[in-house]
Design a protein around this ligand. Sequence first.
Ligand SMILES: Cc1ncc(COP(=O)(O)O)c(C=O)c1O
Length: 418
Amino acid sequence: MNEKTGVRAVMSDIQEVLAGGERSYINLSAGNPMILPGVSAMWKLALANLLDDDRFSSVIGQYGSSYGTDELITSVVRFFSERYRADIRKENVLITAGSQQLFFLAINSFCGMGSGSVMKKALIPMLPDYSGYSGAALEREMIEGIPPLISALDDHTFRYELDREAFLERMRTDPCIGAVLLSRPNNPCGNILPEEDVAFISDACRAANVPLFIDSAYAPPFPAIHFIDMEPIFNDQIIHCMSLSKAGLPGERIGIAIGPSRYIRAMEAFQSNAAIHSSRLGQYMAASVLNDGRLADVSLNEVRPYYRNKFMLLKETLLCKMPEDIKWYLHQGEGSLFGWLWFEDLPVTDAALYEYMKADGVIIVPGSSFFHHQSRHMAHSHQCIRISLTAADEDIIRGIDVLAKIVKGVYEKQAEYL
Ligand SMILES: Cc1ncc(COP(=O)(O)O)c(C=O)c1O
């Protein structure tokens, strides 16, 4: 917890490199969303309305409930009950200081050292997944994951699939699983687990009596960065976890959990002790754009097409520039802010590839940290990299040019030694 892990450790290096100022880099690593004009205008108006509102002084001048402000909780209940015909009440909702904090509360409420000196773990049903989960765990190696099945869809496209058998076996035989969590759409690879897989996972969680956290940081209805059809899923085992960050409000730190009150209550108590509550200014702004429907509209009509077009550009550029004779694969683009590349039999590690790219002025994210501490045992985890869709078009094109050259070089060098 007091050391940076995974992508955050790489990000420290990246930030140092980018801040160095001696040369300019193409940054294909950013997780920061683009500032899009319609999104920015929406938040500006919400803030302007607050400044004119009689409630301004009490919004910023007083503490409030650790569940969240009444306004935002009421808006969340109304919006999600109407839109998804779900039975959601106030006691099912918790507002947190961003979804990273939500996962901190979740992982450490239900996992970690219990009274019987047994370490409960959080299980990811299908690796790779968000490296920030390992960073949020108070104990080392508290996050475990099931390796994926890999299917090649064509010469240069692949997709991860849930290994149902391995997941079920683990859930049935390991009494130390305290929670299950997954991102949908997935960071880093953009996979969207099909509804049947989510139902399968949720049934196993019900049988084991553990909560299932579905990280919806990229899901509909906001920010709606999904390129295939998907809907959020609500049931009595799932805590649906949302964020306003990728819908343009990362600075205000708003996360939203909707789930069974037995789980929400435990996290609220933790939040009350650890942080009291999230920013009330951000909560006010969030309530106003949820109520007038603008948050969902702008997500669907501006955020989603922006990243879908970027993904298409990335795919076309790779197809045009990458060497034909190398076994490279792009994960099928189903959603999220990233493209995920796999180089089969890559002769160097992902970390070495990151260093070569950096030396040539391009920053990407090496993939192994998304496999958490299991990366040590999986060759595949050292053959992948993540590319951000937040870069300018010309940077994506120039960055892939450099990647193609470097990858060609490392495979050719290997061939010389054979
Ligand atoms: C999958 C996923 N979950 C959670 C987070 C944390 O987001 P925030 O704390 O800004 O809501 C991120 C941030 O990039 C993410 O990619």
